[in-house]
Design a protein around this ligand. Structure first.
Ligand SMILES: [Mg+2]
Length: 174
């Protein structure tokens, strides 16, 4: 990492890089709109809206994400970090990095397989840097939540929370 003059960048998934909502959380009216939008989006070279039938979940990527990931990967060794479970983390990594060039397997999921996929804000757990090399001085974290990183406030850059689905906005009181 140092030989390549790179630091380590830990990226949170939910409400930082993307927003996910379960089918059951989406109103029928919105579902209709989303389906049409997803169909149009499918044709584009860089998609932002995904429907995961096997997980019963919609996922919308944050605007500007492709540009961000490309630029960030030139400066940092990228890691994904989520409180969601392994299936969710793996599926999101596939969407964000189809070739595996950006994360190269550096995907950390802290949720149990019984947990809801999007476990970010609903479960009062905290994150730590164990499993991210153990080199705190070389790590930058980007997350929408401060309180999940009680031991690494100095490493943390807090970003504005990204919420796309109405149910997520409601979840945060908007
Ligand atoms: Mg988050």
């Amino acid at each position: 990492m140092f030989a390549a003059h790179k630091l380590c960048l830990v990226l949170d998934l939910d409400h930082t890089l993307l927003n996910s909502a379960k089918f059951v959380e989406v109103d029928p009216v919105h579902d209709e709109i989303l389906r049409k939008k997803e169909e149009q989006d499918r044709e584009k070279p860089q998609r932002h809206l995904f429907r995961f039938h096997h997980m019963g979940m919609w996922t919308k990527l944050r605007p500007g994400i492709w540009n961000f990931l490309e630029k960030a990967s030139q400066l940092f060794e990228l890691h994904l970090y989520t409180m969601g479970n392994k299936l969710y983390a793996t599926e999101m990594a596939k969407v964000l990095d189809p070739t595996g060039a950006l994360f190269a397997g550096r995907v950390i999921s802290r949720g149990d397989d019984g947990d809801p996929e999007d476990g970010d804000e609903r479960v009062p757990k905290s994150k730590d840097l164990e499993g991210v090399l153990g080199m705190e001085s070389a790590v930058v974290i980007i997350d929408d939540s401060v309180r999940v990183w009680p031991h690494n406030k100095l490493n943390l850059i807090v970003v504005e929370r990204y919420t796309y689905f109405p149910c997520s906005r409601r979840q945060f009181g908007f």
